[in-house]
Write a protein that binds this ligand. Structure first.
Ligand code: GLV
Ligand code: MN
Ligand code: MN
Length: 412
């Protein structure tokens, strides 16, 4: 079978999707269930229909586009990723896996391949945590990692619940029906940019992911006492921002002192209330993200952060309240898919590295119900989640070709 990737079509589709954005180019912002996100979904659905795929959407908006196999009752081979993007993001995170997945399917069709197992492209809802505070909303529900009841009550910053917002987006149906039965997938494979510097630094064009690190996130509220910035004297203050500043540094130091390079700890959100120059900060909200390849070490860092909260609250006479948003286990990838990906690389004489994904992906959750693996391509300087995120046309096409070969092996 001779597979040909239509690189020009794929690149022009990546550009077309990037134009559906609430950020000013080159930044891409596409938050779940906004009008722009809904436009992107409709655009994607039309591309899948053009390719002759049978499309459906579940109650949370996960999109499925199926190329039916010669044995329609056989377990499905899945591929795909997400099209939502954090504020001020780039155009490749998630999109390469979605449009690359579609192009891989078209290349297989073009080559006359006939799958035995159906091949299904998935576009997951809200891989990014921007709106509802928790990442991978769609794949958590698909895998039963998050219950329908817990999902329904998640709220965005304006107080709107997932339930309200999805209904406004035209999604009816029962969220309990989103969960896929065990055995639905034979295999799931996700193409993605690396989002880190390893492949570029090593000069290797592909990474075969063998493990996905364990993410956790917390919401922290620091409650102090507000007041007049001129009239309240320093000994009397209970400044919430000063306490939060100490906590932010304690979180950084907990990440640094775990003894492993794989430990990372980030405070990516810091909101100050009331946020006036002449008013002592009364309340601060922090968003904290802690990850590691080792679950025990990740949980150890979380305990250290907990202790820091108690210590700082006591010393500064503030209240610190933490809410655990998620604490997920890592996932090991499936040996058969790792082998299929590695064999596809070897067939085309592409060198590859076995890798760990330090970013999380929907594959982390699909791994709870099916064997998964991921294929990484380099991104310039390791940049991701920023507007200058970039993957070269050669790397995108190479990853798509290896994906297509792998899908053929798995679905044949
Ligand atoms: C996914 O976007 C992540 O934060 O790893
Ligand atoms: Mn992302
Ligand atoms: Mn992603």
């Amino acid at each position: 079978m001779k597979l040909a990737i239509d690189r020009e079509r794929l690149l022009s589709e990546i550009e077309a999707l990037a134009a559906l954005s609430d950020g000013e180019a080159p930044a891409v912002t596409r938050i779940v269930f906004t009008p722009t996100d809904l436009k992107a979904r409709a655009w994607m659905k039309a591309r899948c229909q053009d390719a002759g795929l049978v499309v459906r959407q579940d109650a949370i908006g996960n999109g499925f586009a199926r190329w039916t196999g010669s044995d329609p009752s056989a377990p499905v081979v899945g591929t795909g990723s997400h099209t939502d993007a954090i504020p001020n993001a780039g155009k490749y995170d998630g999109v390469v896996g979605v449009l690359g997945g579609l192009e891989a399917i078209r290349a297989l069709q073009q080559a006359g391949f006939r799958p035995k197992h159906s091949i299904e492209l998935l576009v997951f809802t809200s891989e990014e945590p921007t709106r509802f505070g928790i990442g991978c909303l769609g794949s958590r529900l698909l895998s039963g990692t998050l219950t329908a009841d817990a999902a329904t009550s998640l709220r965005d910053d304006s107080g709107a619940s997932v339930e309200e917002v999805r209904r406004q987006a035209g999604l009816a149906g029962d969220l309990r029906e989103v969960q896929l039965p065990r055995g639905y997938y034979k295999a799931f494979v996700e193409l993605h940019i690396e989002q880190g510097p390893v492949l570029e630094r090593e000069g290797v064009p592909l990474g075969v992911v063998e493990k996905i690190a364990a993410p956790a996130s917390l919401r922290v509220i620091v409650e102090g006492a507000g007041g007049h910035a001129g009239a309240v004297l320093m000994p009397d203050r209970r400044d919430a921002l000063c306490a939060a500043a100490e906590l932010i540094l304690a979180i950084e130091s907990a990440g640094q002192s775990s003894g492993a390079v794989d430990t990372v700890a980030t405070v990516g959100i810091c909101e100050v209330f009331p946020g006036a120059i002449n008013s002592i900060p009364a309340r601060v909200r922090l968003g904290v993200d802690i990850r590691d390849t080792s679950l025990a070490r990740r949980d150890g860092v979380m305990r250290t952060v907990d202790e820091a909260c108690r210590r700082i609250a006591g010393q500064r006479r503030v209240c610190i309240h933490t809410e655990l948003l998620n604490a997920d286990a890592p996932a090991d990838c499936g040996p058969a898919i790792i082998r299929a990906l590695s064999d596809a690389c070897k067939k085309h004489q592409f060198s590859f590295l076995p890798m760990t994904s330090r970013a999380y992906h929907d594959s982390l959750f699909i791994a709870r119900i099916a064997p998964v693996a991921m294929l990484f391509i380099p991104c310039r300087n390791g940049y991701s989640h920023r507007p200058d995120e970039y993957a070269s046309p050669e790397d995108i096409a190479r990853g798509t070709l290896v994906l297509a070969e792998t899908l053929a092996t798995l679905a044949g």
